[in-house]
Design a binder for this molecule. Structure first.
Ligand code: UDX
Ligand code: UDX
Length: 443
């Protein structure tokens, strides 16, 4: 099939590269000419495992990029909208989605024959029906369900594993305004074979599935953090062991099964969840509920708990240094999670903000995301570096925010020092007996 994809961020680019790999002819569209040029020379503008290899293999063959949206629509059978949908505190910002929609509609005016338009961006339930569809009709002068189809196809990509997630999906959710839209959309996923579970539904339900999935994960993390905070206050309780005990129940494991199911990886206490999805999606759903007078206390609490976790993490340093003025703190990990250069909503930033406000001297370390972090948190008081060993060597306190593999050597680096620094494990990723002065969330 011939497919165009609008937006080459994490989602659009991974979608484009993977659909090309699966045999489709793909045109990626981005308004940013630098991105387009980079892509056409098979250079990925983002760090994502496996993406460079896919680009090297497919660019110039089944994959190309352009800034010309109309030409891309005219040359293809289906168009995916994968531009960003930032949350402004009250509602998700549909400017980019509706801008792309209008341009697609204008192109459709000139296109004979059927075309499918699919929303891939995360949008609150109802958006495709009540905003995208009418905007397409207005701009094209044509009728949805007759001249063109409309679909909603949420993504379930976890950054750092996005290529793998797209190539080996756990599910494919197909939302359509009618049977033909769903049919054409499901043809895009024909190369996946029957072993991948598919759910076909209307566009609103498809939109809600995405929010439901992320909200549940966020709620599980905040649940674990709430218990961790209580455990630490009561004393003598290790939340990591508490959760291990919970995971052993038959509800998680079945009666006789070996190993723990993947969901347990969302029941870890820590300095809080970040990223482009969990914080934004939960906030957007709460705000959307408020609009129709449905308050969502569980999800509100999920966000509130998440907001205090960075502070709780800094408090672990303050147990040892009542006054942070002049205390040298190495913050390890700026990406919101390992194996990505994405720093959006990273808990590292509120942690650094508070450290600076209280007068600490902050060194910020990340193996990949220093460039992005500098842009997101441009404070001249922070020394940004990827040099791990020297940063640990100079610190009074080391705080792990993101458990990169590269940081596995930190306990060893600490043991080499004559006067070991305090070690704060913001992710409970390390053995608490690995260093002499250990503090961890939920301990
Ligand atoms: C995605 C989804 O779109 C979002 O809904 C989801 O919740 C998170 O992931 P992401 O891929 O991370 O967003 O977006 P971003 O990195 O912001 O990239 C968007 C791209 O679209 C940029 O390259 C931008 O230049 C491009 N763009 C944006 C356009 O080409 N046209 C526009 O009108 C707006
Ligand atoms: C998430 C979903 O996992 C994915 O399915 C969806 O499509 C997009 O949103 P992502 O945002 O890439 O993916 O990262 P994820 O691995 O879910 O981590 C989100 C944040 O939660 C990270 O900051 C991570 O450190 C934090 N987290 C995760 C915890 O604090 N505790 C946990 O137990 C698990």
């Amino acid at each position: 099939m011939k497919i165009s994809i609008i937006g080459t961020g994490y989602v659009g680019l991974v979608t484009g590269a993977c659909l090309a790999e699966k045999g489709h002819e793909v045109i990626c569209v981005d308004m940013n000419p630098e991105r387009v040029a980079a892509l056409n020379s098979a250079k990925s503008p983002i760090y994502e495992e496996g993406l460079d290899a896919l680009l090297a293999k497919n660019v110039g063959k089944r994959l190309r990029a352009t800034a010309d949206l109309a030409a891309a629509v005219l040359a293809t059978d289906a168009t995916f909208i994968a531009v960003g949908t930032p949350f402004d505190g009250k509602t998700i910002d549909l400017t980019a989605v509706l801008g792309a929609t209008r341009e697609i509609g204008e192109a459709l005016r000139k296109k004979p024959g059927y075309h499918l338009v699919v929303v891939k961006s995360t949008v609150v339930p109802g958006t495709t029906d009540t905003h995208v569809l009418p905007a397409l009709e207005r701009a094209s002068g044509k009728k949805a369900g007759v001249d063109f189809g409309v679909g909603m196809n949420p993504e379930f990509l976890s950054e750092g594993e996005a290529v793998h997630d797209f190539m080996f999906p756990d599910r494919i959710v197909i939302g359509g305004i009618d049977a033909r839209s769903s049919q054409v959309l499901s043809e895009v996923y024909l190369p996946y074979g029957p072993e991948v579970p598919r759910l076909t539904t209307n566009t609103r339900t498809a939109e809600m599935i995405k929010y439901a999935s992320n909200s549940l994960l966020a709620a599980l993390i905040s649940f674990s953090n709430e218990l961790a905070n209580l455990g630490a206050a009561l004393g003598g309780i290790d939340t990591t062991e508490v959760m291990r005990g919970v995971h052993l129940s038959q509800y998680f494991r079945g009666r006789n099964e070996e190993g723990l199911p993947p969901i347990t990886s969302f029941l870890k206490a820590g300095c809080g969840f970040g990223g482009s999805c969990l914080p934004k999606d939960v906030s957007a759903l709460v705000a959307h509920g408020h609009k129709v007078a449905v308050e969502m206390p569980l999800l509100k609490a999920t966000l509130e708990i998440n907001k205090v976790q960075p502070r709780n993490t800094v408090d672990l340093i303050k147990k040892h240094h009542k006054n942070l003025r002049g205390v040298k703190v190495a913050v390890l990990g700026l990406a919101f999670k390992p194996e990505t250069s994405d720093v959006r909503e990273s808990p590292a930033f509120p942690i650094m903000q508070q450290l600076l406000e209280e007068g600490a001297i902050v060194t910020a370390v990340d193996p990949v995301a220093v460039h992005e972090a500098k842009k997101a948190f441009p404070d001249s008081r922070v020394r940004y570096t990827d040099a791990l060993a020297s940063s640990v060597a100079e610190a009074d306190a080391v705080i792990v925010v993101t458990p990169w593999k590269q940081f596995d050597q930190v306990p060893e680096l600490i043991r080499q020092r004559a006067t070991p620094p305090l070690f704060v494990d913001g992710r409970r990723a390390f053995d608490k007996s690995s260093v002499s002065r250990y503090e961890g969330i939920g301990l």
